[in-house]
Design a protein around this ligand. Structure first.
Ligand code: NIG
Ligand code: FE
Length: 412
């Protein structure tokens, strides 16, 4: 699949560069060449090279399956201690996410577990999730802190992500989400918590080199637009990239947030018409998270068609977390994108690969099968790429290649 280095917009999101009977040649962890088998393997120079290096070359017969770039999950919250079954049951009986949060459930109810847990317990939990993602074709993951909400516990969460990343073959992009919600002990002193985030937590995450991005949950009941801007400004001052959870339940004016050039704005279920033109003119990617709408039992989903047709760069991610989207499966998200966001299978695949790479500013290295990019590939045991989103809740990923090495999948 060809992708280039820019996010796909509009009709270009459909162009996945499908090649039948293809071959991919990898070396030194990178893709050397890819194309029709006949032209890749039939050339005399390459035939000679392969003959001379027969012992060193490993050939993987994909048996007519589908090979795509390793999937990129550009939005996850893996540092938590356990599931939130009380919230789950309350929603079944009709309570909404915001009502549960206002009554002390929601994000705050995952905090005690993380504060009590050791770094090792958390990193084991994170690694377990990373491996579940890998077995379903994900080779790059963005991973947020966000359930510690003290200097010590946010730093512990980021260290747990780093520890898990060192034991995992794929690429991990760590994000500080200390501004996930105001912790209980700061009730009535919300701005003091924002001060702590800006003056202490962000600078330490940066000086200890624990985070690439800073995220904020800009929403009613979490952080206001003004507080979010302060957090973005502090991140920018520290030299970190920014991204935000925004417009999940209530619309926000995106103009000032966009002036910080966030890599991605996520959820975006209720975007105002006047922000669409602005979004379409920027490199900021809009990351849609339909797993959260599904798990919260919402009948409404983000208006992906309006975003794509307006020229906004759209990507997809799982939003893996214990409250709104406990799934490690990008294939399930692709399925939801097709069935509930009215994205075509081609658009959903491009949104989960090249556009997701752009959402992490990794498009020079990731997101497409092109010479020079990292040899991260996911092989699916299906005959047609459309089956990836068709067989929902069924893991059809049979093999995963990370940096040119077999690492996971059902046979890995
Ligand atoms: O992306 N919206 C904010 N954060 C998460 C939910 C986290 C939780 O409920 O634990 C999300 O959906
Ligand atoms: Fe999230």
């Amino acid at each position: 699949m060809q992708g280039g280095h820019a996010p796909r917009r509009g009709l270009a999101l459909e162009e996945i560069g499908l090649i039948e009977d293809a071959a991919v040649l990898c070396g030194g962890g990178r893709i050397i060449t890819a194309g029709p088998q006949r032209s890749i393997l039939g050339g005399p120079k390459l035939r000679d090279l392969l003959r001379k290096n027969r012992r060193k070359v490993r050939e993987i017969d994909c048996q007519g399956g589908v090979v795509i770039p390793g999937l990129i999950d550009s939005h996850t919250h893996p540092v938590f201690a356990g599931p939130r079954l009380v919230d789950f049951e309350k929603r079944i009986t009709g309570a909404t996410y915001e009502e549960i949060a206002a009554a002390g459930g929601g994000i705050r109810s995952s905090v005690a577990g993380v504060r009590k847990a050791t770094r090792k317990q958390l990193s084991d939990h994170v690694l377990h999730a990373f491996n579940a993602m890998l077995s379903q074709g994900t080779t790059t993951i963005e991973a947020k802190s966000g359930y510690g909400l003290t200097l010590e516990d946010e730093i512990k969460s980021l260290r747990a992500i780093g520890d898990a990343a060192r034991h995992w073959p794929g690429t991990v992009v760590p994000t500080l989400l200390a501004a996930h919600v105001v912790p209980q002990e700061f009730t009535g002193k919300e701005d003091q918590y924002v001060d702590l985030v800006c003056r202490k937590i962000i600078p330490q995450a940066e000086s200890d080199k624990l985070a690439t991005f800073v995220d904020v949950f800009c929403e009613r009941g979490a952080f206001t637009l003004e507080q979010s801007e302060r957090i973005f400004a502090a991140a920018q001052k520290a030299g970190l990239g920014v991204r935000a959870h925004v417009c999940q339940f209530t619309p926000s004016n995106l103009h000032t947030l966009l002036s910080f050039h966030p890599a991605s704005l996520d959820h975006m279920d209720c975007v105002a018409q006047h922000d669409l033109t602005l979004l379409a003119s920027q490199d900021t990617v809009v990351t849609l998270l339909p797993g959260a709408n599904y798990f919260l039992g919402h009948s409404g989903f983000a208006d992906a068609r309006r975003l794509i047709d307006s020229g906004v760069a759209v990507s997809l991610a799982t939003d893996y977390n214990p409250g709104t989207s406990p799934t490690p499966s990008m294939a399930f998200v692709i399925s939801l994108a097709c069935t509930h966001l009215r994205m075509s299978p081609r658009e959903a695949i491009a949104a989960s690969t090249i556009n997701a790479a752009c959402a992490l500013r990794l498009q020079e290295r990731k997101g497409s099968i092109e010479p020079g990019k990292d040899a991260d590939l996911a092989l699916f045991d299906v005959k047609d790429y459309r089956e990836i989103g068709y067989w929902f809740a069924w893991n059809r990923c049979s093999q995963v290649i990370v940096g040119g090495m077999e690492k996971g999948g059902l046979c890995g």
